[in-house]
Design a protein around this ligand. Structure first.
Ligand SMILES: C[S@@+](CC[C@H](N)C(=O)[O-])C[C@H]1O[C@@H](n2cnc3c(N)ncnc32)[C@H](O)[C@@H]1O
Length: 247
């Protein structure tokens, strides 16, 4: 065996475990379906048995800032459940008017940052204005697309999705990009209105069961379901953690 080949074999053997832990490069993409009969509150497109909801337009941004949210969603409790630390990079995907972005920003501090990603420029403009008014300097806005939140690969500690995932037109493609953006050990957090609870007065296609979230994450084998927080009034918080690569 020549010297270069021998060194290659030794390096490959030494890294054997981490190679074995590499995430699968090719995932089986579930099919999108377009049934003849569907709920008019949705877009007529079905993913893994769930109809996708319409995107909430920027004209309704005021609704995101309503004071009833405190009673219905207990956002303080939600943010506490995320276990945020100084220096973290957090992405608020589908940030809307930045309701949660500005709760997170002081917790990650100047050494960390919050990336507010949305597909509507009008929503991002509201975030930019709020940052200016509040003199907050650790919030960045990023204009995503329907298939890509445009986050930096492997750089994000936590991705927060509050009342957002159920309206992704391309949930599989978005999740692929979000998983790629996470560091090993990073978290993907779904916050959805509980379909299991009839007392949660939200239109059906805007609610998701915990079971459905778990089902839609089955293709992403590098993500482990680590916790569900069920103690918020109307929503559940379903948390997945990206596997660490063994050295
Ligand atoms: C119901 S609002 C929730 C906003 C915010 N998370 C909150 O709880 O206040 C949903 C937001 O998700 C955004 N959105 C929908 N599809 C998206 C996508 N593929 N990528 C990024 N944002 C998206 C919409 O533009 C809208 O601002």
């Amino acid at each position: 065996m020549n010297r270069v080949l021998a060194i290659g074999v030794v390096v490959a053997l030494a890294c054997g475990i981490c190679i074995a832990e590499e995430p699968p490069k090719k995932r089986e993409k579930p099919k999108y379906e377009f049934p003849e009969k569907y709920d008019p509150d949705g877009i007529g497109k079905v993913y893994m048995g769930r109809e996708i909801a319409h995107v909430m337009g920027f004209g309704a941004a005021g609704w995101l800032e309503r004071k009833e949210r405190i009673k219905e969603e207990d956002p303080e409790k939600l943010i506490k459940s995320l276990d945020l630390k100084e220096g973290m990079v957090v992405a608020d995907v589908g940030a809307g008017s930045g309701y949660h972005t500005f709760m997170i920003a002081p917790l990650v501090g100047a050494k960390g940052k919050v990336i507010a990603s949305d597909i509507q420029q009008e929503m991002l403009d509201l975030v930019t204005k709020k940052a200016k008014d509040k003199k907050v300097t650790n919030v960045e806005t990023v204009k995503g697309t329907e298939t890509d939140p445009k986050l930096p690969a492997g750089k994000v500690d936590l991705i927060l999705l509050v009342d957002v995932y159920h309206e992704f037109k391309y949930p599989f493609e978005m999740t692929e990009k979000m998983v790629d953006a996470l560091k090993p050990g990073g978290k993907l957090v779904f916050v959805e209105f509980k379909l299991e609870d009839d007392k949660v007065l939200i239109k059906l296609v805007h609610k998701m069961s915990e079971r459905q979230v778990l089902k839609e994450m089955t293709a992403f084998t590098e993500m482990t379901h680590t916790k569900t927080v069920g103690t918020l009034p109307w929503q559940h918080v379903v948390i997945f953690t990206k596997k660490e690569l063994k050295k």
